[in-house]
Design a protein around this ligand. Structure first.
Ligand code: ZN
Ligand code: ZN
Ligand code: ZN
Length: 263
């Protein structure tokens, strides 16, 4: 039997409005470097042939076509902001091809917000139209199993709100956050790969900055760190030159192999 495999594909590394940003004439939005072209933030975790999607961005359809996604077996939600959920309707083709329902995982609060934003999906009345077939599964603070791979929810502050990152295998994905509480820092030791929000250099009430996330990396000491949820203040090439050697800006299409738990 083939060895277990775990990999991550970055489907989007941009902030909520995407890069290029509509109507913007700045150098990054007009850059010819494909690394500066950033769809909304999401990753696909590939585990033993299963596709586990983190967030369904408004760009999900384009991401699925661009990266030739063949399966979505489960969806994990970090929180219910529009840039993380608005592509949910576009998972319907995966319902058609795969048959059955797709489990969606989120905190009780996140699932409640998704159900309110997409009332037609969760309406129990008969309909003539197709709609995604999903089974909501709420997580609390405990690890939960997705096709044999344990995911640990990591609680994060996103301004005044609470969102979740996830630790799985030797990787963790922490998008939108302004602060990592001390008990969550404890859950992020001994990582090979750590994704972190790093919007820009200037402070923001709900997002981490490059400087703040470099500080988090220096405390957590992952082997490699990748910044995401990046806005148009940051040119990929220029910013990379200024980062420590094991810290990088993520970019759409980045693929990483990850060691399995206990491997
Ligand atoms: Zn966001
Ligand atoms: Zn711009
Ligand atoms: Zn957010």
């Amino acid at each position: 039997m083939a060895a277990d495999s775990l990999s991550i594909t970055v489907l989007g590394s941009g902030t909520s409005v995407g890069i290029p940003t509509i109507g913007c004439h700045c150098a990054v939005c007009h850059s010819g470097d494909p690394h500066d072209n950033r769809l909304r933030p999401s990753i696909l975790v590939n585990y033993n042939g299963r596709g586990i999607l983190v967030d369904t961005t408004p760009d999900f359809r384009q991401q699925a076509l661009r990266f030739k996604i063949e399966r979505i077996d489960a969806i994990l939600f970090t929180h219910a902001h529009a840039d993380h959920i608005m592509g949910l309707d576009d998972v319907r083709p995966f319902n058609f091809y795969q048959g059955g329902v797709i489990p969606i995982y989120g905190s009780a609060q996140t699932l409640e917000n998704i159900e309110r934003s997409f009332r037609y999906i969760f309406d129990r009345n008969e309909t003539e139209s197709s709609r995604p077939r999903l089974t909501p599964q709420a997580f609390d603070n405990e690890p939960f199993d997705v096709f044999g791979l344990p995911f640990t929810p990591i609680r994060l502050s996103h301004g005044k709100g609470t969102v979740h990152g996830f630790r799985f295998g030797s990787a963790a994905y922490l998008t939108d956050h302004s602060d990592i509480p001390p008990e969550s820092m404890e859950q992020l030791k001994d990582l090979d790969v750590l994704f972190l929000d790093a919007l820009r250099h200037r402070p923001h009430p709900t997002h981490s900055t490059v400087e703040r996330s470099i500080q988090s990396v220096s405390e957590l000491k992952p082997k490699d760190a990748y910044f995401t949820h990046i806005c148009h203040d940051l040119s990929h090439a220029e910013t990379e030159k200024t980062l420590p050697p094991h810290v990088h800006l993520a970019y759409d299409g980045l693929e990483l192999q990850v060691a399995l738990p206990h491997a």
